[in-house]
Design a protein around this ligand. Structure first.
Ligand code: FES
Ligand SMILES: [Fe+2]
Length: 324
C-alpha cells in the first residue's frame, strides 16, 4: 500500500444510521458507524478490553457499545464509559481508547486516510472537473480475488482490449497496438487506445500517438475514469481489502439527454454493460501471478504496456518518498 493517501474504500450508503458495519480494507479490520449527527466514525474492529469485534455491537447515542462487556467508544475511538466501573466512577479510562482512522465523505464515497494523521491534508481524490450534479450515475460492485495493483493495471491496459473484450468493447480485431501515449500530470495518469487492425504495418511509437476524446485517466491511489465522451463516463474506485483481494465499485455516469429520468434509465442499463465487461476482465486478472505487481519483476513487458510501466513507476516513487 502507498502510505499517506486518501483511499476510496466504500460507498457512503454502505454505512447506515444505527447500524455498525464491519469491513476489511487496506489490510485492516475496521468498524464503521454514524453518530446521531450523521458523522462517520471508523475504529479498529477489536475491543481494547478483551478483543471482541466492535462491529458486532450496537450504536448508543454518539457511541458504539462493545457487545461483550459494554465498553462505549465515540467516533474518535475514545472510551467514554465502562459499565462495570459504574456511572459514578472517576477513574481515567483513556487507556481503553481504541485506535481510530480518519474518514471523510464526498460524492457518495467514503475515504480513509491511510498514513500519519498529522499529514492528512488536501482534496479527496475524485474527477471533480469531469462529473458534477448534471450527471446521474448507477453503481455496481464486485469482489475480485486480485491485488488492487493488478485490477488497476488492467484498466490501463490497451493491449488486452481486442483479446479479452473481442466481442464487446474490443470488437473489430484491432490487435495492433500503436503507442499508446501516456501523460502524467497533477497525480493523474492519462492514456488512450490507438489500436488498429493489423494489415502488416509497423506499430507507431508513443510519440506519434495522441490522447483521443475517449481516454483513460487514473488518479492515485485508487480512482480511475474512462472518459467515453463528454456525456458518458465510467468511474471505478478500487478498494483494497488485503494483499489478495479488491472490491471494485463501478459507476456509469450519464447526461446524454436533457431528461434526468431518461438519463437514469440509460445509467441503469449502463450498469449491465459494465458488469459484462468487468467480468471479462476479472476472469483473467484473478489468475495473474504473483498477486501484486511490481516495477522490478520477472515480467517481460511490451511497448504497449507503457501505461502500466508508468503506473508502477509512480507507485514506487510514492512508496519510496514515504520512507524518506
Ligand atoms: S471485550 Fe469489549 S467490552 Fe469486553
Ligand atoms: Fe478490460
Amino acid at each position: 500500500m502507498i502510505k499517506n493517501q486518501w483511499y476510496a474504500i466504500l460507498p457512503s450508503k454502505a454505512v447506515k444510521k444505527n447500524k455498525m458495519l464491519g469491513v476489511k480494507r487496506l489490510n485492516l479490520d475496521l468498524a464503521l458507524f454514524r453518530n446521531t449527527k450523521n458523522e462517520l466514525g471508523c475504529v479498529v474492529d477489536q475491543c481494547t478490553h478483551r478483543g471482541a469485534e466492535l462491529s458486532k455491537g450496537k450504536i448508543k447515542g454518539d457511541c458504539i457499545r462493545c457487545p461483550f462487556h459494554g465498553l462505549q467508544f465515540d467516533k474518535n475511538g475514545k472510551c467514554m464509559f465502562i459499565p462495570a466501573n459504574g456511572k459514578a466512577s472517576t477513574v481515567d479510562i483513556s487507556r481503553y481508547n481504541v485506535k481510530h482512522y480518519l474518514v471523510k465523505e464526498s460524492n457518495g464515497i467514503i475515504y480513509l486516510w491511510y498514513g500519519d494523521e498529522e499529514n492528512a491534508t488536501g482534496e479527496l481524490p475524485f474527477f471533480y472537473d469531469h462529473v458534477d450534479d448534471s450527471y446521474v450515475y448507477s453503481e455496481i460492485e464486485d469482489h475480485w480475488n486480485s491485488h488492487y495493483s493488478r485490477s488497476i493495471e488492467n484498466q490501463l491496459d490497451v493491449v488486452h482490449v481486442p483479446i479479452v473484450h473481442y466481442n464487446t468493447i474490443g470488437r473489430g480485431n484491432k490487435t495492433l497496438i500503436n503507442g499508446p501515449k501516456v501523460e502524467f500530470e497533477n497525480n493523474v495518469l492519462t492514456t488512450s487506445a490507438n489500436n488498429e487492425v493489423d494489415e502488416g504495418q509497423t506499430p507507431k511509437p508513443a510519440a506519434e500517438c495522441i490522447i483521443k476524446e475517449t481516454y483513460l485517466s487514473f488518479m492515485f491511489p485508487n480512482m480511475w475514469m474512462n472518459h467515453i465522451s463528454h456525456k458518458v463516463k465510467v468511474i471505478i474506485y478500487f478498494a483494497p481489502v488485503d494483499e489478495e483481494n479488491t472490491v471494485l465499485y463501478i459507476r456509469f455516469y450519464c447526461k446524454i439527454t436533457n431528461s434526468r429520468i431518461i438519463n437514469r434509465i440509460i445509467a441503469f442499463f449502463g450498469k449491465f454493460a459494465n458488469r459484462i465487461i468487468e467480468r471479462q476482465d476479472k476472469r483473467v486478472v484473478i489468475t495473474q501471478k504473483p498477486k501484486a505487481s511490481a516495477l522490478k519483476s520477472g515480467e517481460k513487458l511490451l511497448s504497449g504496456d507503457g501505461p502500466i510501466i508508468k503506473y508502477r513507476r509512480v507507485s514506487d516513487e510514492l512508496k519510496n518518498s514515504d520512507k524518506s
